[in-house]
Design a protein around this ligand. Structure first.
Ligand SMILES: [Zn+2]
Length: 176
C-alpha cells in the first residue's frame, strides 16, 4: 500500500488546470475546493486499491510487513493503488508480484472494503500461488507465510487487513 500524502484533504492549494487559488465552496451539498479563476471543482473521490490474500499449498497465508508509512512495521496482505487502464484483478496480481515476488492467480473475490474514515476502497481477492519465490519487495521489510494459528493479529496494519483475514477464515470454515 502506498504512502500517506493523498490521505490529507489539504492536498492541493492551486488549480491543476490554471494555477488559480482553490477555495472551499458548498457545491452539491458538500464543501469542495473550487478554482476562483476558472471554476474547476476538485472532486475528492475515493482512491481504489487492489490486493490479494495468497494461499500457499499448505494452507498458510502470505502477509507482508510494510517498510513505508503509514503503519510501517505492521503486517498486511499484498496490495496497492490501481492505475488507470488496469483491471482490479490485474492490479492485485501486479502488486502481489511487486511486494512479495509471487505469481498468483485470483480464485475469488474476498470482499470490497471501505470505511468512512478512509479515502481508500480496497478490492481483495483470495489467490493461489502459481510461481515465484516468496521474498520481500522494495516496499516491504519482510514477506512471510503464516499458519492460520500463527497470524499476527496484534500487529496488523489496517482495518481491512483484519477484515480480510476474518472474511477468509469465515469462508474457509475456520474461526479466527
Ligand atoms: Zn483554475
Amino acid at each position: 500500500m502506498p504512502s500517506a500524502s493523498w490521505q490529507s484533504d489539504e492536498g492541493l492549494n492551486f488549480c491543476p488546470r490554471c494555477a488559480g487559488p482553490l477555495v472551499p465552496r458548498e457545491i452539491e451539498r458538500r464543501m469542495r475546493p473550487r478554482c476562483e479563476r476558472c471554476g474547476f471543482i476538485w472532486y475528492q473521490d475515493p482512491k481504489v486499491a487492489a490486493g490479494t490474500l495468497p494461499v500457499m499449498d499448505d494452507g498458510s497465508l502470505v502477509l507482508v510487513r510494510r517498510a513505508i508509512q503509514p503503519q510501517r512495521g505492521c503486517w498486511t496482505y499484498p496490495g496497492g493503488f490501481m492505475d488507470r487502464g488496469e483491471t482490479a484483478p490485474g492490479a492485485a496480481v501486479r502488486e502481489t508480484r511487486e511486494e512479495c515476488l509471487l505469481e498468483v492467480e485470483p480464485t475469488g473475490l474476498l470482499g470490497v472494503y471501505s470505511y468512512a474514515t478512509s479515502i481508500t476502497v480496497v478490492v481483495v481477492y483470495a489467490a493461489r500461488v502459481t510461481g515465484g519465490t516468496l521474498a520481500a519487495g522494495p516496499e516491504c521489510l519482510e514477506a512471510r507465510a503464516f499458519a492460520v494459528s500463527e497470524l499476527p493479529w496484534e500487529d496488523l496494519a489496517f482495518s481491512s487487513t483484519r477484515d480480510v483475514l476474518n472474511d477468509y477464515l469465515r469462508r474457509e470454515g475456520g474461526a479466527p
